[in-house]
Design a protein around this ligand. Structure first.
Ligand SMILES: C[S@@+](CC[C@H](N)C(=O)[O-])C[C@H]1O[C@@H](n2cnc3c(N)ncnc32)[C@H](O)[C@@H]1O
Length: 312
């Protein structure tokens, strides 16, 4: 990764595709639920008129500060510290009721991953934190010391899709009987005996992903946000979501399918009687991925999928 012009180590993924798909009314109100370093925000703001409004939400105060610095020349940018499913709170804070576009670029920024102190990394001796908002909530270390073996195994299996989850959970529980796990190295030592050394790094990534999702309650927050944001989109306005792993992509895919075809009538019934009408239309292609040029420049883009839908 190379630093961008603000010194932040995050390159916005699929930026041109997001701008092209998202921007309809250039005087409208846009909700960026994952402001991060403000990379997408800057590209979009450059295309909006001065009377548009760009709401940049992040739960990480460090991201808000960095993006605020980067976007300081845009008078129509409003940063808000919130979790992105707190839609009524955010809209009340800026005084609007409906949106002309929504962007969610999920997960953590490269900058957060690169900052060892945030604990998202499995580089040696990083603290086991993983909170996107480091000012509140339970850290990964606290979670690892509180949960019983079964709950730990479930998290590692469901959120990390790691097959050796039970073995890893057993090792964690055995290890914490002598001393609490405090650093990435403590956790890696519990994973190592359970997995094939040839694929160790993949297991590390899966376990760290699982803990991060649990610490930040990422999947529940995402489901809630999709519902809430759809309600406040204006007809014709679009929602763009970039996902980086199959769990979050599945949630977005199923949500949009459901919004496009909510009818619950049995297939043999000739006329719909349930009364549930489509709320969103998915934009084709149903998802986009970055090209080889983008993934060569930005390794983080490799797993990205962009899905876009329009409110009816
Ligand atoms: C992938 S980065 C976004 C990068 C940004 N699009 C850019 O171009 O710089 C994700 C950001 O969203 C924030 N974030 C993730 N989940 C969030 C949530 N549920 N609520 C608020 N912020 C969230 C993270 O703290 C991180 O700063």
């Amino acid at each position: 990764m190379r630093p961008d012009e603000t010194g932040m180590y995050h390159i916005p993924v699929l930026a041109r595709e997001v701008c092209d798909a998202l921007i309809g009314d250039t005087h409208g109100v846009y909700y960026d639920g994952t402001l991060g370093g403000g990379g997408h925000a800057e590209q979009i703001l450059k295309r909006l008129d001065k009377d548009a409004l760009y709401i940049g939400v992040d739960r990480d105060p460090d991201a808000l500060q960095a993006a605020g610095e980067r976007l300081r020349l845009f008078a129509n940018f409003r940063p808000v510290k919130a979790v992105f499913h707190q839609v009524p709170y955010v809209l009340a804070t800026v005084g609007v009721e409906a949106l002309d576009g929504v962007l969610l670029d999920l997960g953590v920024s490269s900058w957060q991953i690169d900052a060892d102190s945030r604990g998202f990394t499995f580089r040696e001796n990083a603290p086991l934190d993983m909170r996107m908002d480091a000012t509140q909530g339970e850290t990964a270390a606290e979670l690892l010391s509180r949960l019983d073996e079964q709950a730990l195994a479930n998290i590692i299996f469901r959120y990390g899709e790691e097959r050796r989850s039970r073995c890893i959970a057993r090792r964690i529980v055995r290890r914490r009987q002598s001393a609490p796990l405090q650093t990435s190295s403590d956790l890696l030592a519990c994973i190592d005996p359970c997995v094939d050394p040839r694929y160790r790094t993949k297991s590390y990534a899966r376990v760290f992903q699982a803990l991060r999702i649990a610490v930040n309650d990422e999947l529940n927050v995402l489901k809630e946000a999709l519902t809430q944001l759809t309600e406040v989109l204006k007809p014709g306005a679009r929602m763009a979501v970039i996902t980086y792993h199959s769990l979050e992509d599945r949630i977005v895919k199923h949500f949009l399918q459901q919004m496009e075809n909510p009818c619950t009538c049995p297939p043999h019934v000739p006329v719909c009687t349930c009364g549930k009408r489509p709320v969103m239309k998915r934009i084709r292609p149903y998802f986009r991925t970055p090209g080889t040029r983008e993934t060569a420049d930005n390794a983080r883009a490799r797993s990205a999928k962009l899905r876009v839908a329009e409110k009816l």
